[in-house]
Design a binder for this molecule. Structure first.
Ligand code: NI
Length: 162
């Protein structure tokens, strides 16, 4: 089982590289990402979170489950929605569980990219799933949800993190 990297690890702050090989190693990586995500009871996981600086993520959120390789996000509804958001890579020092904060996100997005066999995928999302896609896409650019918070709110989270 792959360990989940936590804030402070430089891989989480490094823009990830596009996936170019659609081979058995990639399929194994996706399986490992799902295993790590489920073991940690997460709803999404991006490559850098297990130390693999590649542009892909897996998700199981709002009864939708899948993976997207080299994802591109387009905003369909830019209305800002504030809701609780956490990240497996930002756990509480004491609890080891994700720290949550109300985080602004666009109300609706479409993610497009490729699947494990290199076939195009496209998913339109609103609500929690749209939040999940934006959160995971941020990971691929070296961003964490705390970067989306106001200074005071971010400080409150970071004070409890490792
Ligand atoms: Ni995360």
């Amino acid at each position: 089982m792959r360990d989940i990297r936590v804030i402070g690890d430089p891989v989480l702050r490094t823009p990830a590289e596009p996936v170019t090989e659609f081979d058995r190693d990639l399929r194994r990586l996706i399986d490992e990402m799902f295993a790590a995500m489920y073991a940690a009871e997460g709803v999404g996981l991006a490559g850098p979170q297990i130390g693999v600086s590649k542009r892909l993520f897996v998700y199981d959120c709002s009864n939708r489950k899948g993976h997207v390789i080299n994802p591109e996000l387009t905003v369909d509804d830019a209305a800002e929605v504030l809701d609780e958001e956490g990240c497996l890579s930002v756990p509480g020092r004491e609890t080891g569980k994700p720290l949550y904060a109300r985080t602004p996100r666009a109300a609706g997005v479409t993610v497009s990219g490729l699947d494990r066999l290199g076939r195009p995928v496209r998913v339109r999302a609103r609500g929690l799933l749209a939040r999940c896609f934006q959160h995971e896409a941020d990971h691929l650019d070296g961003m964490l949800y705390v970067d989306r918070l106001a200074k005071d709110a971010a400080r409150k989270v970071l004070l409890q993190a490792p």
